[in-house]
Write a protein that binds this ligand. Structure first.
Ligand code: FES
Length: 82
């Protein structure tokens, strides 16, 4: 769905900007152009960006937790090797 009619920015484009490294509303605005003309889309764009950032942080946290859970197994393997 289009979020920003002035610049033709979709919710997908905002999520993609976050997936590609945008970590603030300012980053999203700079990368997509969303809310850089009339500004009527700012509230919706910001909400979508914040949700995408939260989702991204959650996925990153799960990935780090999974890596941390694998760590002891690797140390155990190393202990057996010695
Ligand atoms: S609708 Fe986004 S700047 Fe106008």
């Amino acid at each position: 769905m289009y979020v920003c009619l002035c610049k033709g920015v979709s919710d997908k484009a905002i999520r993609q900007a976050v997936a590609q490294g945008a970590r603030s509303w300012r980053d999203v605005r700079e990368q997509t152009g969303c809310a850089t003309q009339c500004g009527k889309c700012a509230c919706m764009g910001k909400t979508i960006a914040r949700n995408a950032m939260a989702q991204c942080a959650l996925e990153q946290g799960v990935a780090e937790q999974s890596a941390a859970m694998r760590q002891p197994a690797m140390l155990t393997d190393l202990a057996y090797a010695l």
